[in-house]
Design a protein around this ligand. Structure first.
Ligand code: HEC
Length: 79
């Protein structure tokens, strides 16, 4: 039983790391097309601040799918 819990915990960890790396690559692709991604990584703000940034980038002409929007937002909140 303990082994099973360990395996599940391990899978969860690997999966979250993979999701995180995926979102990171997505930021490089989607946010790096108009400006340096340093602009993204240097910014320190909260959830509401990132929502405002994301909404503004869409206004500036950013084209991303709803799914990518969600992934990037969730990633930004954790920075
Ligand atoms: C279509 C072009 C475009 C794309 C794609 C884009 N941006 Fe921007 N971004 C801009 C422009 C233009 C500015 C400068 C004007 C401004 O600040 O609104 C800017 C400025 C910024 C700033 C600095 C201003 C601030 O509020 O601190 C941040 C942070 C930012 N972008 C984040 C992002 C993120 C995160 C993404 C990807 C999800 C992204 N941008 C994608 C065009 C873009």
């Amino acid at each position: 039983m303990k082994k099973l819990i360990f395996i599940i915990a391990l899978f969860t960890m690997v999966f979250s790391v993979a999701a995180f790396a995926g979102a990171n690559a997505l930021v490089d692709q989607r946010c790096g097309s108009c400006h340096d991604t340093a602009r993204v990584y240097n910014k320190k703000t909260d959830k509401a601040g990132w929502d405002a940034v994301m909404a503004r980038m869409v206004k500036r002409g950013m084209k991303i799918s709803e799914d990518e929007y969600k992934q990037i937002s969730e990633y930004l909140y954790t920075m």
